[in-house]
Design a protein around this ligand. Structure first.
Ligand SMILES: Cc1cc2nc3c(=O)[nH]c(=O)nc-3n(C[C@H](O)[C@H](O)[C@H](O)COP(=O)(O)OP(=O)(O)OC[C@H]3O[C@@H](n4cnc5c(N)ncnc54)[C@H](O)[C@@H]3O)c2cc1C
Length: 408
């Protein structure tokens, strides 16, 4: 069987690994628009900061690929697949017969108009190793950066820039930072902690345009205010890279639609990772792209379609690190404050526990510590928490093991 994979990010790589396990004889080809073998994309901010070398973030050594007979087409994009002749064509002239195709082309950064319309040097998205090297190169000569977006990836990129000595002005459209992972109070605490690390936040702010004679000199906000800067880092979300889907007539919504086997609407063509839309509609994370890639690879390598196994999504990790600070949010953290909850802030640690109307622990968030996280996670949606315990749950020093013995 000939298996062709477009994209050698973690989804494509994991699919190749699983396909090889399933079929030791298959020919497996990996096309990669990037020139480097697969690397840990979440570690790109370390490359920007200079705390990791570009060749120190590869997922596997070269020998790993040789041992598994995985054939790379590095620096060559897959440009076309013709189902009638089963022919896959690469941008550098490769032509391969293909029994199964996986589209694992990931996502591309979304550039807001203010970034897109500025064509001189100074605007840097962060998606690839090349982007990270470019951003670092520019940052080493810069003093002030404007960062579009205060999501997790943006703050990590911004943190890398602050480690190089830059002041980072963050423009965020919403009224608080990390709006999806925080409550108003935890966002406020996090913002203050980051301000102590050379971040400057401009909430409810958007860039109108970028200005400069030969390179970026200034970003003008919609309010009319201006920020003088040498660099604009862009982290305003991503868009799935689905250009292979149109000519193949594949169904797309917020990605290439796949069923529970990771197969698209065309038999024999699969999709996984950031470019795919699974029935549970989750994505945009490393562990999810890996799990989807493994499921797609093992299913596409099975000659017998009836033997395929449905992909079973597991919950995404809830423990994040934001600029070196732990942040965990599990279940309903009730940012609007509609449910019964208890909050505390002490010694740089913020906690909030939320109770559902049925008296179950509905969710919790902890900033600045990981204490109690496993016990609280186990308890969410399963444990009835007595009202008098709710307050102590949010207090430091609580014996979280007590949660495990509550009836549930
Ligand atoms: C800076 C940064 C930090 C991140 N931090 C985290 C984190 O802390 N935790 C987390 O869970 N996730 C994080 N993510 C997200 C995570 O990295 C992605 O969800 C994951 O890498 C998606 O994997 P993928 O294989 O689907 O796509 P990608 O990693 O985007 O790989 C797709 C590959 O396909 C290539 N390609 C595109 N078109 C073609 C074509 N036609 N032919 C051949 N190749 C093609 C692309 O160039 C790319 O190399 C981060 C992402 C970034 C950018």
């Amino acid at each position: 069987m000939n298996i062709v994979i477009a994209g050698a990010g973690i989804a494509g790589l994991s699919a190749a690994e699983a396909a090889r396990k399933e079929d030791p004889k298959a020919e497996i080809y990996l096309f990669s628009a990037e020139r480097q073998r697969p690397y840990f994309r979440p570690r790109l901010p370390e490359v920007v900061a200079g705390t990791a070398e570009p060749d120190g973030i590869y997922v596997h050594p070269e020998q790993w690929f040789r041992d598994r007979r995985l054939e790379f087409r590095l620096g060559e994009s897959l440009v076309e697949y013709i189902p009638e002749s089963r022919l896959a064509r690469g941008s550098l002239g490769s032509r391969l017969l293909c029994d199964r195709l996986l589209i694992a082309t990931g996502a591309a950064p979304f550039l807001p108009e203010a970034a897109k319309s500025f064509t001189l040097p100074g605007v840097y998205p962060l998606r690839t190793l090349l982007d990270a090297q470019d951003m670092r190169h520019a940052a080493l000569k810069a003093r002030t950066a404007v960062l579009l977006g205060s999501g997790l990836l943006g703050l990590e990129a911004g943190f890398a820039l602050t480690r190089l000595g830059l002041t980072v002005h963050v423009l965020e459209r919403a009224g608080r930072i990390l709006p999806f992972q925080t409550t108003p109070r935890s966002a406020d605490i996090l913002r203050r902690a980051l301000e102590a690390k050379s971040f400057v936040f401009h909430l409810e702010s958007e860039a109108e345009r970028a200005e400069g004679a030969e390179r970026l000199e200034r970003v003008v906000l919609k309010s009319g205010a201006g920020i003088n800067c040498d660099l604009m880092a862009v982290s305003a979300g991503v868009r799935p890279e689905i250009s292979l889907a149109g000519p193949l007539g594949l169904r797309t919504e917020n990605g290439i639609v796949v069923d529970q086997y990771m197969e698209t609407t065309s038999e024999g063509v699969y999709a996984a990772g950031d470019c795919a839309q699974t029935p549970d509609r989750r994505g945009g994370m490393w562990s999810i792209a890996r799990a989807e890639g493994l499921a797609a690879g093992s299913n596409m390598a099975r000659a017998d379609r009836a033997a395929r196994a449905p992909y079973a999504p597991s919950p995404p990790p809830a423990v994040l690190k934001v600029a070196g600070i732990d942040l965990t949010s599990v279940g309903n953290i009730d940012p609007e404050g509609k449910l019964r909850s208890a909050e505390s802030e002490e010694g740089g640690v913020y906690r909030k526990a939320v109770l559902s109307p049925a008296g179950l622990l509905a969710g919790f968030t902890v900033l600045g510590s990981r204490e109690g996280v496993p016990e609280l996670t186990r308890a969410v949606n399963r444990k009835a928490v007595p009202e008098d315990m709710l307050e102590s749950l949010a207090r430091p020093g609580f014996d979280f093991k007590r949660l495990d013995s509550l009836p549930g």
